[in-house]
Design a protein around this ligand. Structure first.
Ligand code: FE
Ligand code: FE
Ligand code: FE
Length: 186
């Protein structure tokens, strides 16, 4: 009898810990969602500014496509919040605020209409995409662990877009910009 009791007790304790861990993980998931929600919202404005300042049509086009995707990603995040029964709230992402500031500094420190400015803008945007890839990768994993299947699908769709954008930016840089920028004077 005593053995059975202690066995029951031993079984109960980890269950409680599991629930606590799950709710802490859930909190981390929701906090991270709020963070990327803020980031995406501010990115639409930041990307629009970069389009205006970009030199080549190739880069302008790539950025314009990604502005449309970003707007759609915000809608997807609204759906993620809804699917897990949370209100969609944005919480300042200090990292994205810093990355956006860096992109502005690059524009300020390069010549208007130069290919060098495009090279700098690409660099800034790829840093943004890498932050997003890391964020959505984590969010997708957390959603999976927490059993949010709809959220997993939504987050993965955005993750793929961010990866694709990173690759497109590499192509734009390799095909024209880095070559032409070499011959520009400082
Ligand atoms: Fe995004
Ligand atoms: Fe952040
Ligand atoms: Fe992106």
């Amino acid at each position: 009898m005593a053995t059975t009791k202690s066995a029951t007790k031993a079984k109960k304790a980890p269950e409680t810990t599991e629930i606590a861990e799950e709710s802490a993980l859930n909190e981390l998931f929701i906090d991270s969602l709020k963070d990327i929600y803020w980031a995406e919202k501010h990115l639409t404005k930041a990307l629009a500014k970069l389009v205006k300042n970009a030199t080549t049509d190739e880069l302008k086009g790539a950025l314009e496509t990604h502005i449309e995707q970003t707007e759609n990603q915000i809608t997807r995040l609204d759906q993620v919040f809804e699917s897990v029964g949370e209100k969609a709230v944005a919480k300042k992402c200090e990292a994205m605020a810093g990355l956006i500031k860096e992109s502005e500094e690059i524009v300020e420190s390069t010549e208007d209409g130069s290919i060098t400015r495009d090279a700098g803008i690409i660099s800034a945007c790829q840093k943004v995409e890498h932050y997003e890839i890391a964020s959505y990768g984590t969010l997708k994993t957390l959603a999976g662990v927490l059993g949010f299947t709809e959220a997993v699908e939504l987050l993965d769709a955005t993750l793929q877009e961010e990866k694709q954008t990173d690759e497109i930016l590499t192509q734009v840089a390799e095909s024209t910009i880095n070559q032409s920028a070499k011959s520009e004077k400082a």
